[in-house]
Design a protein around this ligand. Structure first.
Ligand SMILES: [Zn+2]
Ligand SMILES: [Zn+2]
Length: 422
């Protein structure tokens, strides 16, 4: 069985004094405390490398932690080992005559399963076994919000898994892994979240990976389309025939794979039969003339059939798609990467595509390794983030795995994102 150290639990009586050591003297960062009502305990997690310390503070005199401290004083309380399959682990331990506190696993924090091994079996240490749940979020709801005269609907085309290091460029793993934990292949789960803007016309911005990617690539990228754009459109009460305009923020496969679809006869054709497709002229040129550094990001089947079908409109910088919906060239990620500004009745939303791929990317210097012109990304983010904070833009994060949109807040130089949708 594969066993990893998850965390070490430490019972404390005076949490402020404990923080003076763990936070102030050691310089570790403490997460927001978690109240575990059933145990009458407050847990303060302190990430340390791949593992964590958990300071346990009793919140009532009859809690197990209070009784423990009364008997033995503060100190080491338990260690938690992570196993892949807790039922199999318990069966193995039982077969070897190991004394258990819990014969069967029970629900623990964060929907995981836990079971305790008796301290006598573990030579004086209380051992908690834990099986983490598959934390992959599932979108099953298209959420619609009003923004002035517009209706905005966030959709999903499933999930993709990309190398965590590549997603965060020069940011060290010790920093980003707290926000988006990697799997054992160092990949992080990313959402694929196109957006519908309904105003005078119905606009779809980006369309996820679609169904034309070959099986080998889909495997490499861990493409998960158990729930995809057709499901999301149906939930939103729409079909492919309702879309008037399809816009590409840029032509990378994880944004425009869904622009085309495989037909019954095996050919690939535009997926939205009534729509005009819009792309930046410069981006189109780059996508159709790839070089060694960007070749893996462009898949011709996603966009060449649009030109062949005569449904493609190329635009220059700062085009207006309909009143209130304008494009703003950011560059950075690709030379002609565009964000979409949606403004109505004094409110503004922005679909930032790969400028702020996830909410973890809101600090100016958290820039993807994929970006071709990172200094341009930095220049754009400096200006744009300031604007977004001051004017309270509603920001859509296309690759954020756990929610769709929020507002960037800043206090004492630290940026956070307040969730607004999903
Ligand atoms: Zn991209
Ligand atoms: Zn992307």
């Amino acid at each position: 069985m594969e066993v990893r150290l998850d965390h070490v639990g430490i019972a404390v009586t005076d949490v402020r004094a404990a923080l003076a050591f763990y936070r102030d003297a050691l310089g570790l960062e403490i997460e927001m405390p978690e109240e575990v009502m059933s145990q009458r305990v407050r847990a303060h997690f302190i990430p340390v490398g791949e593992c964590a310390l958990e300071l346990l503070e009793a919140t009532a005199p009859d809690s197990a932690i209070a009784r423990y401290v009364e008997k033995r004083g503060p100190g080491l309380h338990h260690i938690t080992l992570r196993v892949g399959d807790i039922h199999a682990a318990l069966a193995t331990l039982k077969a070897k005559g190991v004394r258990l506190v819990d014969d069967v696993a029970r629900p623990g924090a964060e929907d995981g399963l836990v079971a305790f091994v008796h301290p006598s079996a573990a030579h004086g240490v209380l051992v908690e076994l834990k099986q983490a749940t598959d934390k992959t979020p599932r979108f099953h709801q298209s959420t619609a919000v009003r923004l002035g005269a517009f209706e905005l609907m966030t959709l999903s085309d499933g999930f993709i898994h990309l190398d965590g290091g590549a997603m965060f460029g020069t940011v060290p793993r010790t920093l980003w892994q707290k926000r988006l934990p990697p799997d054992d292949r160092n990949r992080i789960t990313l959402g694929l979240r196109p957006l519908i803007v309904r105003g005078e016309r119905t606009l779809l911005i980006d369309a996820g990976c679609g169904d034309t990617m070959d099986a080998k690539l889909a495997g490499i990228y861990g493409l998960d389309r158990r729930y995809h754009l057709d499901h999301a459109l149906a939930e939103a009460g729409l079909t492919v025939d309702d879309i008037d305009i399809v816009l590409a923020s840029h032509l990378h496969f994880d944004h425009v794979g869904g622009f085309t679809a495989r037909q019954g006869d095996g050919t690939i054709a535009p997926r939205f039969p009534r729509a005009r497709y819009v792309a930046h002229r410069g981006e189109w040129h780059d996508a159709t003339h790839p070089h060694e550094r960007n070749r893996a990001s462009y898949i011709k089947d996603n966009f060449v059939p649009l030109a062949e079908a005569g449904v493609l409109d190329l635009v220059d910088d700062n085009a207006e798609l309909m009143p209130g919906v304008t494009l703003r060239r950011s560059g950075g990620h690709t030379l002609h990467h565009q964000v979409v500004m949606i403004t109505s009745q004094g409110e503004t939303a922005a679909f930032t595509a790969d400028m702020f791929p996830t909410a973890a990317h809101v600090p100016d210097a958290w820039i993807m390794g994929y970006d071709l012109y990172p200094m341009d990304t930095l220049g754009f983010k400096r200006v744009f983030a300031r604007e977004a904070i001051e004017r309270e833009y509603l920001i859509f994060f296309e690759h954020e795995p756990s929610f769709a949109a929020g507002r960037i807040r800043e206090s004492q130089g630290r940026r956070t994102v307040e969730r607004v949708i999903g």
